[in-house]
Design a protein around this ligand. Sequence first.
Ligand SMILES: Nc1ncnc2c1ncn2[C@@H]1O[C@H](COP(=O)(O)OP(=O)(O)OP(=O)(O)O)[C@@H](O)[C@H]1O
Ligand SMILES: [Mg+2]
Length: 510
Amino acid sequence: MRLEIKGLTKKFGSFTANDGIDLVIEPGEIHCLLGENGAGKSTLMNMLYGLLTPTSGEILLDGKPVSFGGPGDALAAGIGMVHQHFMLVPVFTVAENVMLGHEQTYGGGVLNRRAARKQVRELSDRYGLKVDPDAYVEDIPVGVQQRVEILKALASHAQVLILDEPTAVLTPQEIDELMGIMRELKAQGTSIIFITHKLREVKAIGDKISVIRRGKVVGTAEPSASEAELAEMMVGRSVSLVVSKDHAEVGAPVLKAEGITVIDPRGHVVVKDVSFEARGGEILGIAGVQGNGQTELIKSLLGLIKPDAGRIELAGRDISKHGPRQSLEEGIGYVPEDRSHDGYVGSFSVRENLVLDLYRSDEFSRGPALRLDAISANAKARIEEFDIRTENAETPVAALSGGNQQKVVVAREFSRPLKVLIASQPTRGVDVGSIEFIHKRIVAERDRGTAVIIVSTELEEIYALADRIAVMYDGRIVATVPPDIPRADLGLLMAGATPGGSTDGSEVAS
Ligand SMILES: Nc1ncnc2c1ncn2[C@@H]1O[C@H](COP(=O)(O)OP(=O)(O)OP(=O)(O)O)[C@@H](O)[C@H]1O
Ligand SMILES: [Mg+2]
C-alpha cells in the first residue's frame, strides 16, 4: 500500500506542530523519521493513526483520500501503530491481548480461546515473532510485550506499521530481534514508518530517511549518510557525538551501599547482597541488561523502596531509613528511568515541575509563602538553558513531547547543589543535540566533585561517561571494571558469562 501525505498541518491553539508536511511511504519500505524533540513526529503519526484530526491537508492510501475518526478507522484502512507506552492488559494472556477488539473471535460474548491461540501462533510463525500465546503479559519482558503489540497490529492486517521510538525501552539484544522482525515484515510487503533518535539504527535498517524540524520536512537523506551528517540535518548545527572529558579527580567515597538485598512483592530476591562505593568526582556506570536488579537497587538507595537487608551511608551517615524526600533534601539528585511515573506530574506546568520537591527551599519560599517571582525566573532560565521546547512555562508537562518531558526532569535535578547524582537512562528519548548537552552536564557535575552514578542499558552511554563500570547480572554486581574494557568482554559480563570463562567474575573485579 502506498501512503501519501499532502500538506498535512496540525495546530494546537496558536502553535503549529505540523506545518504542511509532504511525505510518501512506498509499499515495503522502511521509512525513518528523524527530528529533534518536539519537531512534530509523534503528532504526525497520531494523525495517521486517527488519534488526532488534521487541521488541514490530506492523507491518501493508494491514491484515495481517507479521513479517520479514530484508530479503529485507521486499522480498518490498514494502518497500525505501536506506541511507546504499550497499551496491553497485564493480567491477560498474549492471545487474549492480541484478539482484544476483534469480534470474530467471540461467540455469544465469550472469547474463543482456542481460535485466538491458533491465530496468534499462525501470525507469529509467519512473521518470525516468537511469543508464547499463553503467557501472561505481566510476566514477559518489555521486548516481548512489544512483539505482542506488533502482532496486534498485524492481526488487523496492517499494511503500514508505525513504530514510534520502539527501541527506546529495548535492550541491545531486543533491538537486534526487532530489526529482524522489521526486515521480515518488509520482505512480505509491509511498509514501516520508524521513529528513533539512534542514528546507528537508522543507518542499519532504513531505506529512506526524512528529517523534520519545527513541524516541517527539512530534508531527506540516504542511509549511507554519516551519523554526523544526519545529526546536523536534525538540529541544524554540528553535534559532537563523543563527550570530551578529562581524567577523573577521584575523591572520597560519598555514597556507600553495603549488603543491599531486595525481595520483590512476589518473593523473588532481585538484589542480592550488593555492596559498592560511589566516590566524589567520579562517574560510576552501572551497566546491565534491563531487569537485572538495577531498578530496585537504585530505588532502594533513594528510599523509594525499603531494602530487606543492608545499609546505605551518605557522607558517613546512615540514611538507610530515609524516605525519598529526605534523600532529595540531603543532596541526592535523581533522574528516574520512568519519567512519567517518578519524574514529573503531568498535569502540573513546566514551571511547577521545575521546582517539584524544591519549592520549600529558601530559594523558592520565605516562611509559608512561595516566592513566585523566583520560581518564574527559575523556569525561564532552565527552559532556556536546557532548550526545553514548550509553548511557555505554564504549559502542562503532559503536553510536551517525550524528549522535552525528559529535559524538564534533568533540568530540575541538575540545577541544585548535589552530593550524589543518580541518573537512570538519563537520555532516554532525547535527541542527539540534547544528549550532547546532558552528557556535558553530567561530566561537569562530576568535575564539581559530585559522586555520579549512571545506570544505563546502552553501552554507548556507559562508554561515553563512566570512569568505572559496575556490571549487574541477576541481582548482583558481578564485576567492576575499568572503562577501557573491550565491548565484547563487557557484553559477556552483562550476559552472565565472564571473559575468562569462570562465572563469578572475580578475576576482573578491581
Ligand atoms: N495535545 C497537545 N497540546 C498542545 N501541544 C501539543 C500537544 N501535543 C503535542 N504538542 C506540541 O507539539 C510539538 C510536537 O510534539 P511531538 O510530540 O509531535 O514531538 P516529537 O517530534 O514526537 O518529539 P520527541 O522526539 O520528543 O518525541 C511539541 O512542541 C508539543 O509540545
Ligand atoms: Mg515523539
